[in-house]
Design a protein around this ligand. Structure first.
Ligand code: FAD
Length: 322
C-alpha cells in the first residue's frame, strides 16, 4: 500500500511547470488517500512554489534552496532529491517525463535500488495494485506495468493526466530543508535558447506542425499566425527540419518530441510512421494535405484535402472572427 508519495516539481523562470501539477494528480491516482509531498529544488526563494504545489493538491511541501541548484545538473538535483528521499522514506516518487525527469529518475532509482516506470500516460489502482499504462512500439500498443518491490518511481507523459482543480484556500506546511550539496562537478555556464519563445511544445494544448510540404522557412509563417490565434505552439516533421525550414527543437516523432495536445494540426506532413510515433495520441488530429492518399489521413479525425497555402490563411481568418 502506497501511503506516502513524493512529487518532484519542475520550474521555469521561477514558476512551476504544469507537468508538476499533473504529477500531483498522478500521485492521487496511485492512492487517493496517500500523503502527497511536493519537493521543490532550486535557487532563490521557493516558498511560493511550495504553496502553489499545495494549492494543486499536495498535502505539504519541502524546499531545498541552494545556489548550486539554479540550473539543473543531475549531480546537484540528485544529491538534493536523495537527501529528501532518505528523510521521508516515501513509497513512490512521481515526476514529469521531461528532459529533467528522464535524466534524474533513473539515476535516483538505480541509487536506491528501485524500479522505474517511465512515460506513463495513465495510472489506475486496481484493488490496491497500482498499474501504470505506457505506450510501447512507438505508440502502436500500450502495456500495463506494476512495480512489485521497493520505492515506485514513475515519470508521466505531459498533457495526459489532468491536474486537480487549483484551490486558492488550500494550505499546508512548507518546510525548508538544508542539504550540503558539495559534489557538483558540472556547472552550466550559459543557456542558449534555440526554440522560439511562447508556448512550450511539450506542454502545448494546441500544436500546428509543418512538414516538407511547407516548402521553406517563410512557408512556416502562416503556421505561426494560426498558432497565435489558437494560443498554440508550432512543431515540425523531421522532413521539414532536415530541409532546414525550422530548428530541430521543433521536431516531433520517434526521434523528436512526443506530444499529446488536445488539438494537433498536421500541415503538409505525409504521416510517416516515425512522425506518428510522436503525435498519434493527440486528442483531436486535423490533417491538411493536397494528397488525398497521404497516410496522415488514416490517423486524422478531420481531414482537409487542399493546398496548405490557401487553407491555412483562410482558417486563420475564420478563427479570428470568432
Ligand atoms: P514528406 O513525406 O515529403 O511529406 C510532405 C507532404 O506534404 C506530402 O504528403 C505532400 O502531399 C504534402 N504537400 C506538399 N505540398 C503541399 C501543399 N502545397 N499543400 C498541402 N500539402 C502539401 N520523421 C519525423 O517527422 N519525426 C521523427 O522523429 C522521425 N524520426 C525518424 C527516425 C528514423 C530512424 C528514420 C529512418 C526516419 C525518421 N523520420 C522522422 C523521417 C520520416 O520517415 C519521414 O521521412 C518524415 O516524417 C517525412 O516528413 P514530411 O511528412 O514532412 O515529408
Amino acid at each position: 500500500m502506497m501511503t506516502k508519495l513524493l512529487v518532484i516539481g519542475e520550474s521555469r523562470e521561477g514558476e512551476l511547470r504544469n507537468v508538476t501539477f499533473e504529477a500531483v494528480a498522478a500521485a492521487k491516482k496511485m492512492n487517493a488517500d496517500a500523503e502527497v509531498v511536493g519537493v521543490i529544488l532550486g535557487a532563490g526563494s521557493l516558498e511560493e512554489q511550495g504553496k502553489e504545489i499545495i494549492r494543486y493538491g499536495a498535502d505539504r511541501a519541502i524546499t531545498v534552496q541552494d545556489e548550486k541548484l539554479e540550473d539543473y545538473t543531475s549531480e546537484g538535483y540528485g544529491q538534493a532529491a536523495l537527501a529528501v528521499i532518505e528523510d521521508e522514506s516515501p513509497d513512490g516518487i512521481v515526476m514529469g517525463h521531461t528532459s529533467i525527469g528522464k535524466d534524474l529518475t533513473p539515476k535516483l532509482a538505480a541509487k536506491i535500488g528501485s524500479g522505474l516506470v517511465s512515460d506513463a500516460v495513465d495510472i489506475s489502482n486496481e484493488d490496491g495494485e497500482v498499474l501504470f499504462t505506457r505506450p510501447i512500439y512507438s505508440g502502436k500498443a500500450f502495456e500495463k506495468k506494476a512495480i512489485t518491490e521497493g520505492v515506485a518511481f514513475v515519470t508521466i507523459r505531459p498533457n495526459n493526466i489532468k491536474p486537480l482543480e487549483r484551490d486558492e484556500d488550500r494550505t499546508g506546511e512548507v518546510t525548508a530543508k538544508d542539504v550540503d550539496i558539495s559534489d557538483v562537478r558540472t556547472i552550466i555556464k550559459d543557456v542558449i535558447r534555440k526554440a522560439s519563445e511562447g508556448v512550450d511544445l511539450s506542454e502545448a494544448n494546441v500544436i500546428i506542425a509543418g512538414g516538407r510540404g511547407v516548402k521553406s522557412e517563410e512557408g512556416f509563417q502562416p503556421l505561426y499566425e494560426l498558432a497565435e490565434v489558437l494560443g498554440g505552439a508550432v512543431g515540425a516533421s523531421r522532413g521539414a527540419c532536415d530541409a532546414e525550414y525550422c530548428d530541430y527543437a521543433l521536431q516531433i516523432g520517434q526521434t523528436g518530441k512526443v506530444v499529446t495536445p488536445d488539438l494537433y494540426i498536421a500541415v503538409g506532413i505525409s504521416g510517416a510512421i516515425q512522425h506518428l510515433a510522436g503525435m498519434s495520441n493527440s486528442k483531436v488530429i486535423v490533417a491538411i494535405n493536397k494528397d488525398p492518399e497521404a497516410n496522415i489521413f488514416n490517423v486524422a479525425d478531420y481531414g482537409i484535402v487542399g493546398d496548405l497555402f490557401e487553407v491555412v490563411p483562410k482558417l486563420t481568418e475564420e478563427l479570428k472572427q470568432l
